[in-house]
Design a protein around this ligand. Structure first.
Ligand code: PMP
Ligand code: GLN
Length: 381
């Protein structure tokens, strides 16, 4: 096989989900909700399928979804987006990320990555010939300093890849942090690829701030979203990129050779969904915030040191208090085999400077499932 890709094992999400099945565990590892998603969005997809929306749509996406994306950007962020030149639909955020990195990086270009980072970032940066430069965020507050950015940026920096809200740390970057990143991106005449798949999943009255909305950043950012997260339909793999034409064009060159298109009936449903009333979006966050609180309280009650979760499907927890003999990977193996609850070791999101004892739990599950998971843990600790 390809030497670079062969050097990676199977992604931790697949490994833990299969172990979870094997051991009859409750799967709080891989991030996906267990509810069915909004019925009207599902109905729209079913109708579109039966009405014949089943052939290749335009490679940039269906006009109705692209218009809905531009309207969404205006409605939530005050962005003025031209749907014809500044939006593109992809097969999931994963493809959007891949198209952005393959489309923008030339061999030898440096790419600034924040650790913890989502599993597909580094392999694709490397496939594109990019040179990774890391900023390591440290638990429990996952902060970074000006000096950290000084050390990571250089005259060869082509782009920075930022995930906000951040999986698995459940961090939401504040305006001051975004301003600091924006300052470095502009000083180095670089771009930012912004993975904002959890844009509508932020808690406690916070508001998600796209880096693209900061002064001077409108034409330096590629903003990525995912219908999987916004409509609790992760299997659909409908993603999207919003960016200035000069950035989107090279990304479209990669997209046309990756997937080219995305199922049109799903695009019709996502176009409909993005136009849903305000209450849908606030309800999504409020519902997940209640689940966060439920799982966090349960984890704390059995002895985990629960870290703050400001957004995403996830809460991270420190295992230090258990005095477990082994690292977070060993702990997660033990947990799935013995307690029959699956979680994800946070060190899987690092190549260096990983925290030793932090694990990630997914709370986008029915309350009974969360309660049963806590009951299982209580039996073990
Ligand atoms: N980025 C992050 C940070 C994620 O957590 C995920 C998880 N699904 C993705 C990208 C991939 O999204 P999609 O399923 O739309 O490809
Ligand atoms: N984004 C999901 C997570 O972080 C997993 C997606 C995947 O399995 N690749 O758990």
């Amino acid at each position: 096989g390809n030497a670079l890709l062969s050097s990676y094992g199977t992604t931790i999400f697949e490994v833990m989900s299969r172990l979870s099945e094997e051991h009859g565990a409750i799967n709080l590892g891989q991030g996906f909700p267990d509810d069915r998603g909004p019925a009207d969005v599902l109905q729209t997809a079913a109708d579109a399928l039966l009405q014949g929306w089943n052939q290749y749509p335009s490679m940039m996406g269906t006009p109705d979804l692209r218009q809905a994306l531009a309207a969404h950007a205006g409605r939530f962020y005050g962005l003025d987006v031209d749907w014809k030149t500044e939006t593109m639909v992809t097969s999931g955020a994963t493809e959007a990320l891949t198209a952005c990195l393959l489309g923008l990086i030339n061999p030898g270009d440096e790419v600034v990555l924040f650790q913890p980072m989502y599993d597909s970032y580094l392999p694709i940066v490397r496939l594109a010939g990019g040179v990774p430069r890391f900023v390591s965020l440290k638990a429990p507050d996952w902060s970074f300093s000006r000096a950290d950015l000084e050390a990571a940026f250089s005259p060869r920096t082509k782009l920075v890849l930022i995930n906000d809200p951040l999986n698995p740390a459940a961090k939401v970057f504040d305006r001051a942090e975004l301003e600091l990143i924006a300052e470095f991106v502009q000083r180095h005449d670089a771009f930012a690829v912004c993975d904002e798949v959890y844009e509508h999943i932020v808690f406690d009255g916070r508001r998600h701030i796209p880096l693209m909305t900061l002064p001077g950043m409108r034409d330096r950012c590629l903003k990525i979203g995912s219908a999987g997260k916004t409509f609790s339909l992760t299997g659909w793999k409908v993603g999207y990129v919003t960016a200035a034409p000069h950035l989107l064009q090279p990304v479209a060159k990669a997209h046309q050779f990756l997937t080219f298109t995305t199922p049109p009936n799903l695009q019709a449903a996502v176009a409909y969904g993005l136009g849903k009333e305000e209450g849908y979006f606030t309800g999504l966050a409020a519902g997940l915030q209640a689940k966060r609180d439920r799982l966090a309280a349960g984890l704390a009650s059995v002895g985990f040191e629960v870290l703050p979760s400001a957004g995403t499907y996830f809460v991270a927890a420190d295992i230090g208090r258990f005095g477990f003999d082994g690292d977070d990977q060993a702990f997660c193996r033990w947990l799935v085999e013995e307690a029959k609850v699956a979680a994800i070791p946070v060190s899987a999101f690092f190549v260096e400077n990983a925290p030793t004892g932090v694990v990630r739990f997914c709370f986008s599950k029915r309350d009974e499932v969360l309660d049963e998971a806590i009951a299982r843990l209580r039996n073990r600790f």
